[in-house]
Design a protein around this ligand. Structure first.
Ligand SMILES: [Zn+2]
Length: 299
């Protein structure tokens, strides 16, 4: 497959353990480019964290059993108060970050997620099905890096063991996940032994290997003594869900009076998408039309 952005699911034969490995290049470069165009320049270390969030949310979306959106978000009170990535059921990814003091971040010698988020850091996973109720899980951010925070999240919210390895550089963002499944094929002791072996093998992966080798080579290096069955690889891509329609909804929600007030001070109502950088603009005639149509619908 020519696409550089691939997620590969696999299982370990005769065990109840599965895994996923992801490589992101184009989608990650798209997000980096969008952030390079932002008003406040986003430091390189933060761009790499965004890459880790993208890889992680794509790995998590492998557990989505319905059509909808999965959001991974961290919040705090520090120099980077918000960072998030979102994956759709169709493997469309987007990501955004808020940076309040880029210079202070640039001055740091070492960067950790916890440090950038500052006090009261939280990690949230939000699932929004197209139909049905939203689900949100939140844990306090207690570990310094995203992989460890996610492991904490799973330890607190699920009974099944889940481990993550994430890495990003200027070119690529990558991730590896292994996860216990409910017992079905093997007995508990055999599963436990395999789990110990598999996680110990995965521990040996280095960031440089994750960032330079292809997925098959990584899986072979780590697990050549295990029986690994690969599923069909799936393509992942950058995709933003912003639209003119959503902007119209926003204008409707602020109301006709407020919209008129804005237009008395400026020529256009402008909305910039934080995810893809697209600009949406509405002039007085368009705004009048939006509310006229709304009035017609109401009658
Ligand atoms: Zn957008």
């Amino acid at each position: 497959m020519a696409n550089s952005d691939i997620i590969q699911h696999f299982i370990f034969e005769n065990t109840d353990i599965r895994g996923e490995i992801i490589t992101l290049e184009e989608a990650y470069q798209q997000v980096r480019a969008n952030n390079a165009a932002a008003e406040e320049a986003v430091p390189e270390a933060v761009l790499r964290l965004l890459g880790e969030f993208m890889a992680a949310v794509a790995l998590l979306s492998g557990t989505l059993k319905f059509e909808g959106l999965l959001t991974l978000q961290a919040r705090g009170e520090g120099t980077m108060p918000m960072i998030m990535a979102e994956a759709s059921y169709q493997k469309g990814l987007r990501a955004a970050v808020q940076v309040n003091d880029a210079a202070a971040i640039e001055a740091l010698e070492e960067i950790s997620l916890a440090q950038l988020l500052g006090n009261n850091g939280l990690l949230a996973i939000l699932i929004q099905p197209d139909k049905g109720e939203r689900y949100q899980g939140i844990v306090p951010l207690s570990k310094s890096n995203l992989a460890a925070c996610l492991e904490d999240y799973f330890a607190q919210s699920e009974q099944l063991g889940t481990r993550f390895w994430l890495a990003a550089d200027e070119q690529r963002a990558t991730g590896l996940m292994v996860q216990e499944l409910p017992q079905q094929l093997a007995d508990a002791q055999s599963n436990a032994e395999h789990w110990q072996t598999i996680t110990a093998l995965a521990e040996t992966i280095k960031d440089e290997e994750m960032l330079s080798l292809d997925q098959h080579t990584i899986l072979y290096r780590l697990f050549n003594e295990e029986e690994v069955r690969l599923f069909d690889p799936q393509e992942v891509r950058f995709q933003c869900s912003c639209s003119e329609e959503r902007c119209v909804s926003t204008i409707i929600s602020i109301g006709q009076a407020e919209a008129a007030e804005i237009l008395s001070e400026q020529d256009l109502i402008t909305m910039d998408c934080h995810f893809c950088g697209k600009k949406y603009q509405f002039g007085p005639q368009q705004v009048d039309k939006i509310f006229a149509e709304l009035g017609n619908q109401a009658h």
